[in-house]
Design a protein around this ligand. Structure first.
Ligand code: AMP
Ligand code: MG
Length: 315
């Protein structure tokens, strides 16, 4: 069985094809970037419109298939940026009609979790999901996801992107902050953990103020990473202690950060647990994860339109 997945919730338009074992056969994407601005919803939707057909053709050509060869077409129904979701849904409907294939609308957050789980062949991990908009600690029980901790305001990726915009590093900011952080030294910042929840907006305000006071970019990048990653390591360690789970899986775009992985790896080592992440090409948004989530949900969901505020724990 083959499933084609379409991702379009935010910066990335992606098409992936997987089989019933969760093996990724092709995974092509084109992401909106900007040298000076953030994501302007209509601009990002325009980007998706322009790249959709070429991305589809490239994905199919890579494995020498046509749209007719896939059994299902899965798309990211939400959560995400409204115009971007509609764009993806529009192409999903168009291609499903052309190829006469059933649609499966899936939850983007669950897709991040399930691709990480199948790639690492895990049974029952605690998930730390850290992307642009989302920062959540999640576990599964009785066939449902439960969010046991999360950000009380903005997602860590968005926070890093906002700070990067002030530093004129362009979008996405996370990778550039990671580079600058290597040359910086630690200065103390607010540290905000409430049980298993975290908060980043006060830290953002503080680093913006410190930047105006001429503290170096490098020191601020280093310190924001050390502080926010330590906060999440503390919160997720508490969640592991609470649930008794011995496997931690990091997913989402911020999971590409090597220092973050190092800190979580050390925390797991100290409590005799195991740390897992996903390879770079499966960490951020892409179509393969949507295809695999489509495989898991094909009996549950069909053409469900778009759901901009759909949470993982509502699936
Ligand atoms: P996603 O929405 O899952 O694709 O994740 C996108 C977010 O990941 C953006 O906010 C990026 O800035 C962030 N990101 C990507 N690479 C890195 C990195 N190396 N370090 C920190 N954040 C990153
Ligand atoms: Mg994502």
């Amino acid at each position: 069985m083959l499933l084609l997945g379409i991702e379009s919730t935010a910066h990335t338009f992606g098409i992936g094809i997987v089989n019933e074992k969760g093996e990724v056969l092709t995974n092509v994407k084109d992401s909106f970037t900007s040298p000076d601005a953030g994501m302007i919803p209509d601009k990002v939707a325009e980007h998706h419109e322009t790249v959709a057909e070429p991305v589809l053709q490239k994905a199919l050509q890579e494995i020498n298939l046509s749209l007719k060869d896939v059994n299902y077409i899965a798309y990211s129904a939400g959560p995400g940026i409204d115009p971007c979701l509609w764009k993806g849904y529009h192409f999903a409907k168009k291609w499903a009609k052309e190829a006469k294939k059933p649609l499966v609308g899936v939850n983007h957050c669950c897709a991040h979790l399930s691709i990480g789980k199948v790639w690492n062949k895990l049974k029952d991990p605690i998930y730390l999901y850290v992307s642009g908009v989302n920062t959540q600690i999640i576990f599964e029980e009785a066939g449902k996801y439960h969010v046991i901790g999360e950000t009380l305001d903005i997602g860590l990726g968005n926070m890093l992107d906002k700070f990067a915009r002030l530093l004129q590093l362009g979008f996405p900011g996370g990778p550039k902050i990671e580079e600058l952080a290597k040359k910086g030294k630690y200065i103390e910042l607010p540290y905000i953990v409430k049980g298993m929840d975290v908060s980043f907006s006060g830290i953002l305000t503080k680093i913006q103020q410190l930047y105006q006071k001429k503290i170096s970019k490098e020191d601020l990048c280093h310190s924001v990473q050390e502080t926010c990653f330590a906060m999440l390591a503390e919160a997720v360690e508490r969640a592991m202690a609470h649930t008794g789970k011995k496997e931690l899986l990091l997913v989402g775009g911020v999971g590409a950060n090597k220092r973050f992985c190092e800190m979580l790896g050390l925390m797991c080592q100290e409590r005799k647990a195991k740390f897992y992440n996903v390879p770079l090409d499966l960490a951020g948004d892409q179509g393969a994860m949507i295809a695999w989530e489509g495989y898991l949900r094909k009996k549950q969901y069909g053409d469900i339109g778009v759901k901009p505020h759909w949470r993982a724990d509502e699936v």
